[in-house]
Design a binder for this molecule. Structure first.
Ligand SMILES: [Fe+2]
Ligand SMILES: [Fe+2]
Ligand SMILES: [Fe+2]
Ligand SMILES: [Fe+2]
Length: 399
């Protein structure tokens, strides 16, 4: 696989896993759906294996701004009442379309909540008017909900549970396809086992024909930028935050006299600096009042999750400490490591200034928005304590 393609798959894989973090436990919803859908497609849609796999990985990405994980909304009527849920397929399709090489996956995502009898959403499509990949995602999605019933169902009970939905939620053919897939080669045991899932997934990513990135103009930076928008969508107050921090980081880096490739590297890290926030409950991210000690402790884990995400992506390995260090303070009173002065990577020291500047100058629930001049005064005041003095000085002159 070419390195650009690999970058893309690894980034998607890492982010989808993090989005599935729930109260510190990985749910593997996206991974299980992706693995199962890909396996089901091998006989009937072999040429679309790659697309269906990535469609599975990000099928619920449009629901990122929901307060609870999407799998918690098991009552189907709620899907029609809650506008975020109702629109998540279309929103997810829109995101996939923007990624460029995933335009076929986008159509599958669009239809993943349509029901065979026309009772699904958003378009109420019926029968084979529903995208075939969308039909596979539908049954794989339901399978995963049932896979998390405790104690776990054996294969026969699973079949019975699914049987009651055939003919209205999905077709007889989909049901038969799923059952035959589950029965082959002990696949049912594998797909029910979270540990196995985390082993199988990277294997599939390696085996699949790569996403054709050459066919579109979506380069690394653009892909990262789209992911940054998705990350920001998790939070009600942070639209555009990651992109602005990336811009400020690049500007400061150049003004400090860094080489172009170094500045670009820091910019990419800045686009992803808050990626770990996808794993923090929305109730904490959006809380209009001060956080409790426990909540703050959880909130402070987001740079650690960011590091976990970036370290799953081989091309981003040397950005791990840079992106993860954006809440370190020059005086050592920051988090997660409490690193001091020059021990904090340069990129992280720059990003700390960029991040604080944007937080002060944009709308947040807990503060009055500051003007740029006021924000610069704060940078000056905290120079040498929170911020590297040299970087603060340069930032004040270029921001
Ligand atoms: Fe969904
Ligand atoms: Fe789902
Ligand atoms: Fe942050
Ligand atoms: Fe931030």
């Amino acid at each position: 696989m070419e390195s650009k393609d690999r970058f893309f798959s690894e980034l998607m894989t890492a982010l989808s896993l993090m989005m599935d973090l729930d109260e510190n436990r990985k749910l593997y919803h996206a991974w299980r759906v992706a693995i199962l859908a890909e396996r089901m497609s091998r006989d009937i849609l072999p040429e679309y294996r790659t697309q269906i796999f990535y469609a599975g990985l990000i099928h619920d990405i449009g629901a990122i701004s929901l307060p609870d994980h999407v799998t918690h909304y098991t009552d189907f009527r709620q899907h029609f009442k809650n506008p975020i849920l109702f629109n998540h397929s279309a929103k997810g399709a829109e995101i996939a379309r923007e990624i460029g090489p995933l335009s076929i996956a986008a159509e599958m995502i669009m239809d993943h909540h349509e029901h065979w009898d026309g009772g699904g959403y958003p378009r109420g499509l019926k029968g084979n008017n529903i995208n075939l990949g969308g039909q596979i995602l539908r049954i794989a999605d339901t399978f995963d909900i049932l896979a998390r019933v405790r104690p776990p169902l054996d294969l026969n009970d699973m079949k019975t549970a699914l049987m009651s939905r055939r003919g209205y939620e999905f077709s007889d053919i989909m049901f038969e396809l799923l059952v035959s897939t589950l029965e082959k080669d002990n696949f049912y045991e594998e797909i029910m086992d979270d540990k196995k899932i985390s082993e199988i997934l990277p294997q599939i990513v390696g085996d699949l024909p790569p996403v054709d990135l050459a066919s579109c103009n979506s380069d690394l930076r653009n892909t990262v930028k789209i992911f940054a928008q998705v990350i920001d969508a998790k939070h009600s107050y942070t639209a555009g935050h990651s992109e602005r921090v990336a811009n400020y980081t690049y500007k400061i880096s150049k003004a400090l006299g860094l080489y172009e490739d170094e500045a670009e590297k820091f910019e990419i890290a800045a686009f992803l600096h808050d990626a770990g926030k996808v794993a923090i409950p929305k109730s904490i991210l959006d809380k209009p009042a001060a956080l409790t000690v426990e909540e703050f402790k959880l909130m402070k884990r987001h740079p650690v999750y960011t590091m976990e995400i970036l370290s799953m992506v081989s091309k981003l390995k040397d950005l791990v400490r840079i992106a993860g260090g954006h809440h370190e303070r020059y005086d050592g009173r920051g988090y997660p490591d409490g690193a001091v002065g020059q021990n904090i990577p340069l990129g992280a020291r720059i990003m700390a200034v960029a991040d604080a500047f944007d937080a002060m100058t944009s709308l947040r629930p807990y503060q009055r928005t500051k003007s740029r001049e006021e924000a610069k005064e704060v940078l000056a005041k905290n120079s040498g304590s929170q911020f590297d003095p040299e970087i603060a000085k340069v930032a004040i002159s270029v921001l």
